[in-house]
Each structure stands twice: as C-alpha cells, then as structure tokens.
Design a protein around this ligand. Sequence first.
Ligand code: IMP
Ligand code: MG
Length: 201
Amino acid sequence: MTSQSDVVELELKINPLRAGEMSQRPYVIDEMISAKSIAARIEALSREIHDEFEDTNKLVVVGLLRGSFVFIADLVRELDLTVEVDFLEASSYGDAMESSREVRIFKDLRGAIEGRDVLVVEDIIDTGHTLSHVTDYLLTKGPARLKSIALLDKPARREVDYKADWIGFEIPDEFVVGYGIDFAQRNRNLPHIGKVRFTDE
Ligand code: IMP
Ligand code: MG
C-alpha cells in the first residue's frame, strides 16, 4: 500500500527543491509520542549509557545538528557522568522531506576525539545513510570507543545496514516532527513527537 507520505517523498525524489512548496500545504500534527513518554524513555536509556561508560572520564557526547539539539540537552542532563558536548552537522537535502543518499559534513567537531570515548546522538534513523557515514567519518579520527543513540528509528525505511547501540522508539514509516525534529525548519519546538498529516486532500 502506498501511504500519503510515500507519495510526497516520491515527488521530492524527483525534485527535492519542492520541499519548501510542500511545507506550504496545510497540515496538522497528530501526537505520536508524548513528552512524558520521551522523558521516561530517556531516563531508562541514560541508566544503560551510564553502565556502558561509567569506567571513563573521557566521554564526548556528539550531537548531530540540528535535529538532536533537544534530545541531547535532555539526555546529558540525565547522565550522571563527566561529559563534554560537541556538535557535528551533516548534510541532508536542506528542507526536503526525504533524506539524501550523499552525506557531507557541513560543520566538523571543535574538539579532538582521538583516544576518547564518543557517544553520537541523532534524532532519527531513516535510510541509515547519515549515521553510517558519520560513524565511519568519526572512526577515522581514532576514538577509543564509539557508540550511537537515536531517539527514533524507522527500520522499514532502511537502505544501508545500520544499527544504533540504543534506540528510543521504533516508529512506523511516517513523517514526524517535534522535540527538535523539523518539517522545512518548522515544529522543532513542539514538546512531543507528532506525525504530519496534510489536510488538503
Ligand atoms: P537517514 O540518512 O535517511 O537515516 O536520515 C536521517 C535524517 O533524515 C534525520 O537526521 C532527519 O534529519 C531526517 N529525517 C528522517 N526522517 C524524518 C522525519 O520523519 N521527520 C523529519 N526529519 C526526518
Ligand atoms: Mg538530521
């Protein structure tokens, strides 16, 4: 069955620059994961991360800009460990609703991670291209240990075999926003995760 978001994504594959136009269409956001559920899940995840990294005082938590900024803020405040925070920005198709397959690094880390323990924090894994590319890239910098966490995972959309060490929630193939995640740069400030539903058809 072809879902509405498949249709939108198909159009964007033909012309990703139409994304801005797509976001002009009227839509509503249906709540999918409440702020309370997210907070509870982060509490549980941070206990697991604590167990993994409690033997180190060299942990660098690397957030992927921009979508992970809310998640990383909540996650590090639950982590009872000495951490440094750094950011990296990898490309996708600007404002598109579809991930690009070619991943570039737009903004690199400020600090060195050689010999350090690193936790990469991502908002959502879709095709898997972004995180697999970013982790390959970070490995070239020689970290002692590299782990990854994503708040959301859409396994049905995977194109490259990538598995994060921790996942907040597995979700179906829906376009989601909120809690740092955007649709054409909007809705990042929503406290929960919701799915985009167009209302003009
Ligand atoms: P991947 O490279 O296909 O795994 O894509 C990951 C990136 O695509 C995420 O970091 C998001 O920026 C973006 N993305 C994937 N799915 C969604 C979604 O449902 N809403 C908003 N952005 C998404
Ligand atoms: Mg992203």
